[in-house]
Design a protein around this ligand. Structure first.
Ligand SMILES: C[S@@+](CC[C@H](N)C(=O)[O-])C[C@H]1O[C@@H](n2cnc3c(N)ncnc32)[C@H](O)[C@@H]1O
Length: 402
């Protein structure tokens, strides 16, 4: 039994037992779902709730008083992997800087580590999966690698290809859908596959195609677990299938709810967004005479600089409703005030399972790769201040003994 399977087995059991803590939709709840947690949750005001929720370490210790399983080693943080030695932006970095550049540099710093063949054989071709403009590929090409970047946006491919040509790099774009059958044929045995922030179905295909082709080395940082083609996550590993948590899209979104605190302005915007969403929900329940929650999609933050009535117009339009001619904003906003606290109390508990669920998803992938004969490493490739999507799965096929 590998270390991963031992941890996964226990984590699965703990998450299954705690399902009642993490599987609620806070916007649908009309009261706190946990009798034992109601007194401590009700004892906190909004400021205290916000402060505790933002401090993951303290919040975990707080909830651990009633949920000691959260404090067991099965929820322990993954190790820190390599970090870049510097984050200077060269002239060819084409305007990317700050956190994005740090992510790319740190990701690249890990590819050549972990006993990679690339360290000895820089000619091992690299396939960059869902590349965007290929910033990562360009950095690796600058270091001498031979890169093929797959991306479906023709515009991003054209921009990336132009930059590669300007710099005379060994870097080619293939403009195609990663979910098409032909994309599978891009995977080869003598290759290193890299995928930085590939969303749900895209990273699942990456792993499946690479395993099928026997691709020598892999480096994947997954994101947007909920963007899958089915209703529920289908575990890749045998152990995952045996301990299937049957995660639906709503549960798969939970790991993504960790955000980097972006200062007071961002905090205020989040507060306003939550209030307006809840106020609209109160209004739509009256309008449709249907007392159930109607989810709204994400929207550009610029919408929050208008009036609440304008927001209602947008939301009604999205949901195929006729907006009322007059809107008593203060009435709906006052109702939202009461519900906002309930949502925050429920989120304070749910958020403590963000990491456990993400770890479960990562371990399922690590186990799948082990089952396929890979040696696997899991950890963080960059610091939390750069991105909360900082987990890296690295895998390599053991070389034949000569
Ligand atoms: C989150 S971005 C990551 C881009 C890049 N790897 C990075 O980290 O900067 C995901 C990329 O996947 C691309 N993408 C989404 N769906 C795709 C598909 N079906 N086939 C190919 N590319 C896709 C998007 O256009 C986008 O550039």
């Amino acid at each position: 039994m590998s270390i991963f399977s031992h941890q996964f087995h226990h984590l699965s059991q703990l998450l299954e037992r705690a399902r009642h803590d993490w599987q609620h939709t806070p916007f649908s709840c009309t009261h706190l779902p946990w009798a034992d947690l109601a007194p401590p949750l009700l004892a906190m005001n909004e400021e205290e709730l916000d402060e505790l929720d933002e401090n993951d370490h303290r919040a975990l210790a707080w909830l651990g008083q009633w949920r000691p399983a959260l404090l067991t080693p099965y929820f322990q943080p993954l190790p820190e992997l390599n970090r870049a030695s510097d984050y200077h932006t060269p002239h060819w970095s084409s305007g990317i800087g700050g956190r994005k550049w740090a992510q790319i540099k740190d990701f690249a710093a890990n590819i050549t580590a972990f006993g990679s063949q690339l360290a000895k054989n820089p000619t091992l071709p690299i396939l960059e999966w869902c590349a965007g403009k290929g910033h990562l590929g360009r950095l690796l090409a600058q270091q001498g690698a031979n890169i093929t970047s797959l991306e479906w946006s023709a515009e991003l491919c054209a921009q990336g290809q132009a930059l590669a040509e300007q710099l005379q790099l060994n870097h080619t774009f293939i403009c195609t859908d990663a979910l098409s059958e032909s994309a599978a044929t891009l995977f080869k045995a003598q290759q290193c596959g890299v995928a930085l922030h590939a969303c749900g179905e895209l990273h699942l295909r990456f792993l499946q195609h690479a395993a099928q082709a026997g691709t020598q080395e892999l480096a994947l940082s997954p994101c947007c677990y909920h963007l899958i083609s089915g209703e529920c996550y289908q575990p890749l590993s045998k152990l995952g299938q045996a301990h299937d948590l049957k995660l639906d899209r709503q549960s798969l979104r939970l790991p993504l709810q960790r955000q980097i605190t972006g200062g007071e302005r961002v905090r205020k915007l989040r507060h306003l967004e939550l209030t307006w969403r809840l106020a609209f929900d109160e209004l739509q329940r009256t309008l449709t005479k249907n007392n159930s929650y109607l989810p709204l999609p994400s929207f550009p933050k610029a919408l929050l600089s208008g009036s609440f009535s304008e927001f209602v117009g947008w939301a009604c339009n999205k949901k195929g409703l006729v907006a009322p001619l007059t809107i008593d904003s203060s009435h709906w906003l006052a109702l939202a005030e009461q519900r906002r606290l309930l949502v925050k109390r429920i989120e304070l508990v749910r958020h403590r399972y963000r990491y456990g669920l993400e770890l479960w998803l990562l371990l399922d992938k690590a186990l799948f790769l082990e089952e396929q004969g890979y040696q696997v490493q899991l950890g963080t490739f960059t610091n939390l201040a750069n991105t909360p999507r900082r987990y890296l799965i690295q895998a390599k096929r053991p070389l034949p003994v000569t």
